[in-house]
Design a protein around this ligand. Structure first.
Ligand code: NAD
Length: 295
């Protein structure tokens, strides 16, 4: 079996997979590959798949499969797997990091200090204690966020179109979530239904000064509308790990414009904890082992 490691995985992975055959990371050898391992960077489009005539298995180390043309892979009898359960804690901890950093002004505090400015009077903090956190989606990641938010004594409510019961959050309808939340954290996949779900109309239903965190998918938010809401103060701050594209369109992304305040960003690193990369590597190994036995 020939295995192409196309994106960044834990450095222990090639040794773990060596028992299955030859493992390489040279993209020019795609035509030889039986198995391709991707994370977010490699886009398994029709053209990519056509460039790999031996391909039998694609494994995406991560949750979403939006970078794989699933329909086309199916027509070519290529099995596609992901590692959905591995990343929940890693992404939940990043969402919590935003939820702690933003109301505490950690980033402006650091930036002003590093410029030699003493902004003690300007930088007021807000507590999470007894505030309402609204989770959009109550899947694997959101449940981990809910447990952590409960430790801060937050009231946790959630809206999920396909789930009506939860042990960790009070389930509410979408409008109630928008109206009651002091903090909103997005944990939905990108689908036609969730596309631009946060827009001028839904932002208009939120509390003034709401803080929004997005470790889900960038395209669930209409960035132009969010930029307007940040400028007029309706939304107090936006913390995001995700964009319309990876990386964002540096010249045209509305959230990157200098006059849009209080946007705090990370470069899609939700799943990139070292522990998670090890977990993903273990699941990749199990998946290939099962695939090798069955084929
Ligand atoms: P999950 O499938 O366990 O949970 C998603 C939840 O969203 C489900 O409960 C589902 O019912 C709900 N949902 C789907 N459509 C909805 C809609 N229209 N309205 C309301 N709820 C809806 O997934 P998960 O493991 O919790 O991951 C959530 C998302 O996080 C992924 O789809 C992915 O986009 C994103 N993610 C980001 C990173 C990162 O690096 N930042 C890493 C992993 C996952």
């Amino acid at each position: 079996m020939k295995i192409l490691i196309s994106d960044a995985f834990d450095k222990s992975l090639p040794a773990k997979l060596a028992r299955f055959g030859e493992v390489f990371d040279d993209h020019s050898r795609l035509p030889e590959a039986d198995v391709v391992l991707v994370r977010s960077k490699t886009k398994c489009t029709k053209e990519y798949i056509d460039g790999a005539p031996n391909l039998k298995l694609i494994i995406r180390g991560g949750v979403g499969l939006d970078n794989v043309d699933l329909e086309y892979a199916k027509t070519k009898n290529i099995a596609v797997h992901n590692t959905p359960a591995a990343s929940s804690v890693a992404v939940a901890e990043l969402a919590m990091a935003f939820l702690v950093a933003l109301p505490n002004n950690l980033i402006p505090g650091h930036v002003t200090m590093s410029k030699g400015e003493w902004a003690k009077k300007e930088l007021k903090r807000t507590e999470l204690f007894q505030k309402t956190l609204g989770l959009i989606g109550i899947g694997r990641i959101a449940q981990e966020v809910a447990k952590r938010a409960a430790a801060f004594d937050m009231k946790v409510i959630a809206y999920d179109k396909y789930v009506d019961k939860s042990d960790v959050a009070e389930m509410v309808d979408f409008d109630t979530l928008l109206a009651q939340s002091d903090f909103i954290s997005l944990h939905i996949p990108f689908t036609p239904e969730t596309s631009k779900m946060i827009n001028a109309e839904t932002i208009g239903k939120m509390k003034n000064g709401v803080v929004i965190v997005n470790t889900g998918r960038g395209k669930c938010i209409e960035e132009n509308d969010l930029a307007d809401a940040l400028k007029n103060g309706k939304v107090k701050a936006y913390g995001t790990d995700v964009y319309y594209s990876d990386p964002p369109d540096w010249d045209n992304c509305p959230l990157l414009k200098k006059d849009v305040p209080n946007v705090y960003m990370t470069p899609h690193i939700g799943a990139s904890s070292s522990e998670n990369l090890l977990r993903i590597g273990d699941i990749v190994e199990e998946t290939i082992s099962k695939f090798a036995k069955e084929n």
